[in-house]
Design a protein around this ligand. Structure first.
Ligand SMILES: [Zn+2]
Length: 253
């Protein structure tokens, strides 16, 4: 990552986006403290690494869950588009997301601008050789009759390219998130309850390093007292209004 953009492009805005950003795209909160997976032990097994690796039946059910996941058809909403508008106005922007839906990129941000803490459910990764392929290709194999498609390169177990329960975040990804957080001038936490670590602690780190903290979320968070501003309105209306204030109107870029 580069933090030098702020030198000529204006203040660097870091956005931490959580499940609430995608709610209006029809994607429920799966992995938050009160998310669907946490409330259903059987469903949680499907996304827990040890169960997944040791039990072919869990994998078979996981592939069906992926096939039937409504998030595959989800489209970006006004909140995702507002971030693209901000970026296109010339404001240096990095999005750190807890979401795995890929909607920030589908809305128009580049892969470089989006750091996915928990991976991307549109991709598949081999647990043996780390080969990455598309979810669509794996689901095509499922449709053709394979119940637990394996890696075409090494025969290893394939999984969604997301961080399952029981897996650690990738150290490089977390390191980059920390670097962005320390370098930013404004840290905007949107649609996240700031209760899942280590993502949540980024909000405190940003303040320690002198950033203005702004929180847009439907419910209180443990970091509200540290924030310069807390907005409780629905995200897909509140975020476009708020980001309009940060847009550049001087024709940069
Ligand atoms: Zn492999």
């Amino acid at each position: 990552m580069s933090t030098d953009e702020s030198a000529d492009g204006g203040p660097l805005i870091a956005v931490l986006s959580g499940a609430g950003v995608s709610t209006d795209s029809g994607i429920p909160d799966y992995r938050g403290p009160r998310g669907l997976w946490r409330r259903d032990p059987e469903a949680e097994k499907l996304v827990t690494y040890d169960h997944y690796m040791s039990d072919p039946e869990i994998r078979r059910r996981s592939w069906i869950m992926r096939r039937d996941n409504p998030a595959r058809q989800a489209q970006p909403n006004a909140a995702h588009r507002a971030l693209v508008d901000l970026e296109r106005s010339g404001v240096p922007l990095r999005v750190i997301t807890q979401n795995v839906d890929g909607l920030h990129q589908l809305a128009g941000l580049s892969d470089r601008e989006v750091l996915e803490l928990h991976g991307n459910s549109r991709m598949v990764v081999c647990t043996g050789c780390a080969d990455r392929t598309s979810m669509t290709a794996a689901l095509d194999r499922l449709a053709a009759g394979e119940e637990d498609p394996d890696c075409a390169e090494c025969g290893g177990v394939l999984k969604s390219a997301t961080v399952m329960f029981g897996q650690s975040l990738e150290p490089e990804v977390l390191g980059e998130a920390v670097a962005i957080t320390k370098a930013c001038d404004v840290f905007l936490a949107v649609g996240t309850s700031l209760q899942v670590q280590p993502a949540a602690s980024l909000a405190g780190l940003a303040v320690e390093h002198g950033a203005r903290l702004i929180i847009v979320n439907g419910e209180p968070t443990p970091y509200d007292a540290l924030a310069e501003r807390v907005v409780r309105a629905p995200i897909s209306t509140a975020l476009p209004q708020m980001l309009a204030e940060f847009q550049r109107h001087d024709g940069a870029r």
